[in-house]
Design a protein around this ligand. Structure first.
Ligand SMILES: CC(C)(COP(=O)(O)OP(=O)(O)OC[C@H]1O[C@@H](n2cnc3c(N)ncnc32)[C@H](O)[C@@H]1OP(=O)(O)O)[C@@H](O)C(=O)NCCC(=O)NCCS
Length: 165
């Protein structure tokens, strides 16, 4: 477990290509079915909102977490939000949701949308506490079960959640 950081020690910054290996390492440590480094670089090139939460300055900057969001007509869709395992349980996800919501409003969005695995009770609780409500279900949306050779054959439903801004 890393030293506990305070919000005043953290900053938002853009997810630039030089951060991608560190982002991919955190992603692999946080998910059974992680995004690839290419998924992140494609998101940057697509112009998605790709933000990091970091502490300290290079070369010793710590990566606390990150989010990727896509702007649509009057809404913003959260595609990925992750807190590095060593920094989980310290309130960083709500802080990143604040950063996302402030930016979304500046883009004239009226809604935030996201999908979450039905089995991801921790993330679901974070979103509900933030004000998101369950508005639908996408059947068999995610790969599930052991990842690896041959790929996953099982699937898991996604809850669709939204928050009015
Ligand atoms: C879900 C996630 C984004 C929440 O971020 P976070 O900064 O840890 O959120 P919080 O600090 O608000 O903690 C949320 C709750 O989870 C609990 N928690 C967080 N990390 C924990 C851990 N490693 N072990 C046990 N409980 C933990 C906290 O105690 C808290 O519960 P409480 O409010 O009842 O005390 C983060 O756990 C994460 O990145 N998980 C892996 C990736 C993921 O699932 N992303 C979301 C995909 S939709």
């Amino acid at each position: 477990m890393n030293a506990v950081l305070k919000p005043a020690e953290a900053q938002f910054e853009a997810m630039t290509p030089s951060w991608l290996p560190a982002v991919a390492r955190v992603e692999q440590s946080a998910y059974e079915h992680p995004w690839t480094q290419t998924n992140f670089s494609d998101s940057i090139h697509a112009g998605y909102r790709a933000q990091l939460l970091t502490a300290g300055s290079p070369p010793d900057a710590a990566l606390i977490g990150y989010f990727i969001a896509m702007k649509g007509a009057g809404e913003v869709h959260l595609l990925n939000i992750t807190v590095a395992p060593a920094h989980q349980g310290q309130g960083w996800a709500p802080l990143m949701l604040d950063g996302l919501a402030v930016w979304a409003r500046s883009q004239d969005a009226q809604w935030l949308w996201l999908e979450v695995r039905v089995g991801n009770t921790r993330a679901k609780a974070v979103y509900e506490r933030y004000g998101f409500r369950h508005v639908g279900t996408r059947r068999n949306y995610y790969p599930a079960g052991p990842a690896g050779l041959g790929g996953a054959t099982k699937r898991e439903d996604a809850l669709v959640m939204s928050l009015p801004l």
